[in-house]
Structures are given as structure tokens and as C-alpha cells.
Ligand binder design. Structure first.
Ligand code: CP
Ligand code: NVA
Length: 314
């Protein structure tokens, strides 16, 4: 049994397999229509969600399975009952779980006691399903040939989304520059892992604190909110540190002419990104969001069936 809690849980071969499977699932949804018949997905969410919840639930339906949403007031995980007790009981009813939690260790604790696969649907330190969708979307847009040369630049907070992007780019040998304010860089331990992975794969990862310098000749500029869920009380204070980090027409001028802009959403228009860029011709944002569905379906198929047993798409 396999979990997907971090990008670290996947090998480069498994990631390539997931992308190939996503292509197939996207091109021919009926071919996978009853693969998860009789199975129920548990969606255990401590925080709000639009894309992660809806794409996993729709994906499960389209694969012939069902899903059960359990929000923060339903099972009150860790408050009404201990995580390990809930994991043991629910995994005797349900076939797979997506967890969205405040603390990453709630997901690892749940997985330790769960008899069924556990997927991280966002924690305070990572968002692997988002990162997989993002790299899939970049490869779909620019092609897999010469993928290592695609100049991708993340501008914003050193948060859960950046952590997972860093691990994924480092695993797959891609190029990522990232610009964060000095005090909002990813943690040293994560960067150490990224460095080791990049040395193995040949990935080129580099850090900046000046967004203008970072986006020079960028083919993709990616951003996310400055204050993540759970940090709402820091939002005003954080804004001051992110002056110059907004994705606007002016910043785009320093990038490649046909630069694509990505954002995992939800966006705070007027903060990390302008309305004009969100709605403009550079935006890849809604194609990126749409790809959550086939990517989640590929993840579910991989974890729950023998489809990936020899890492060849059947
Ligand atoms: N990008 C993303 O995870 O969106 P939701 O928070 O709406 O699920
Ligand atoms: N960094 C954001 C991502 C939302 C999908 C958050 O954690 O709120």
C-alpha cells in the first residue's frame, strides 16, 4: 500500500507514469469509468477548499466510485476523538482518503494508523497534488522535449505550494528560480533535501530576493497568496514584506514576451496578482485549475488499482 503525503513519496519514474496516465485519462475518460466501482473516498478537510474537494469528488465519481466529505465540524478530528482512532475506524469502511489539515503531522499520524492509502490535499508544509498538476500543465503547454530548459520562476511566499514545487522540480530535473522576501524563504531542511535531489537529477534550482531579477526571460511566472489559510491574522503585517512581489504588467515586461502566468488559486486580486494579469492573455491559470481533475484521477487510479504495477500505461 502506498500513500501520497509528499512529493518525496514518488520516484521520478512514478511521476512520469502519473503524467502519462493523466494524458490517457484526459483524452479518454470513458476508458476508466468503472475502475473504482464499489470504493468510497473519504475527504477529511479541516480547511475550506474548492478545487481539491470538487476535483477529487468529481474524479472519484467519474471512475465509478463514491465519496464522503467530512468537514471540521463533522468528526472534529483530534478534538472529539484521537486521529489514530478515527484512522483505524474509517479505514475499515472507506478505500482511500484525502486529508487537508492545519498540521502536516495530522496527515502522517493518520497514515500511520490507516489501513488504506492517504493523499495529502494540503497541509501547512506541502501541497503535492497541486505541484503535480502544475508541472503537468507546464509540460502540456511547452512539450516534454527540452523540458529541462523551460524557464519557470516562482514569485511570492515560501509556503506549502513552493515547498512541493521545489521537491518536484528537483526530482524531475527541471529548472526553477524562486524569489521570496528574505524572511519568507523555504526552511533550510527542505532546501537541503532539494539540493540533494537536484544534484541527482540535474535540476537547476536557484534562489532570489529580487523578483525583477528572478523573472528575467521567464517563460512561466507562478505565484500564490502571501498569507495562506491559517495565517489570516498575519495578512496585513505580511503585505509590507511583499512590496514589489505583485505579478502585474510591469513585472511581466522583464519576462519572455509570451510568458505564461500560473496561480494555484484562490487568488487575492490586487495583492499578489492584478486583475489585468488574471484576465489577460498570459494567464494559464484556468487551464491549470482544470487539470486538477485528470491529475487527481490518475493519482487515485495509481494508488487503488494495479494500473501502475509495472509503471507502463495500459
Ligand atoms: N489550489 C487549491 O488547492 O484550491 P482549493 O484550496 O480551492 O482546494
Ligand atoms: N498557500 C495556500 C494554497 C491554497 C491552495 C494556502 O495554504 O492557503
Amino acid at each position: 500500500m502506498k500513500h501520497l503525503i509528499s512529493i518525496k513519496d514518488l520516484s521520478r519514474e512514478e511521476i512520469e507514469f502519473l503524467f502519462n496516465l493523466t494524458d490517457r485519462v484526459k483524452k479518454n475518460p470513458p476508458a476508466y469509468a468503472d475502475r473504482l466501482k464499489g470504493m468510497t473516498l473519504g475527504l477529511i478537510f479541516e480547511k475550506p477548499s474548492t478545487r481539491t474537494w470538487a476535483s477529487f469528488q468529481a474524479g472519484m465519481n467519474e471512475l465509478g466510485g463514491e465519496s464522503l466529505y467530512l468537514g471540521p465540524h463533522d468528526i472534529a478530528m483530534g478534538k472529539r476523538e484521537e486521529v489514530r482512532d478515527i484512522a483505524r475506524v474509517l479505514s475499515s469502511y472507506l478505500a482511500v482518503f484525502v486529508l487537508r489539515t492545519f498540521l502536516h503531522r495530522t496527515i502522517t499520524e493518520f497514515a500511520r494508523y490507516s489501513a488504506k492509502p492517504v493523499i495529502n490535499g494540503l497541509s501547512n508544509i506541502s501541497h503535492p497534488c497541486q505541484a503535480l498538476t502544475d508541472v503537468y500543465t507546464i509540460l502540456e503547454t511547452f512539450g516534454k522535449k527540452d523540458a529541462a530548459k523551460i524557464n519557470v520562476v516562482y514569485v511570492g511566499d515560501g509556503n506549502n505550494v513552493l515547498n512541493s514545487l521545489l521537491l518536484l522540480f528537483a526530482k524531475t530535473g527541471l529548472t526553477l528560480r524562486y524569489a521570496t522576501p528574505r524572511d519568507f524563504a523555504p526552511k533550510a531542511a527542505l532546501l537541503k533535501t532539494v539540493k540533494t535531489l537536484a544534484r541527482r537529477s540535474g535540476a537547476k534550482i536557484s534562489a532570489f530576493t529580487n523578483p525583477r531579477e528572478a523573472v528575467r526571460n521567464a517563460q512561466v511566472i507562478y505565484t500564490d497568496v502571501w498569507a495562506s489559510m491559517g495565517e489570516e491574522n498575519q495578512a496585513e503585517a505580511k503585505k509590507k514584506n511583499f512590496r514589489g512581489f505583485q505579478i502585474n504588467q510591469n513585472l511581466l515586461r522583464g519576462a519572455a514576451e509570451n510568458v505564461k502566468v500560473m496561480h494555484c488559486l484562490p487568488a487575492h486580486r490586487g495583492e499578489e496578482i492584478t486583475n489585468q494579469v488574471m484576465e489577460g492573455s498570459h494567464s494559464l491559470i484556468f487551464q491549470q485549475a482544470a487539470n486538477r481533475l485528470p491529475v487527481q484521477k490518475a493519482i487515485l487510479l495509481y494508488l487503488l488499482t494495479s494500473i501502475g504495477s509495472n509503471l507502463e500505461v495500459k
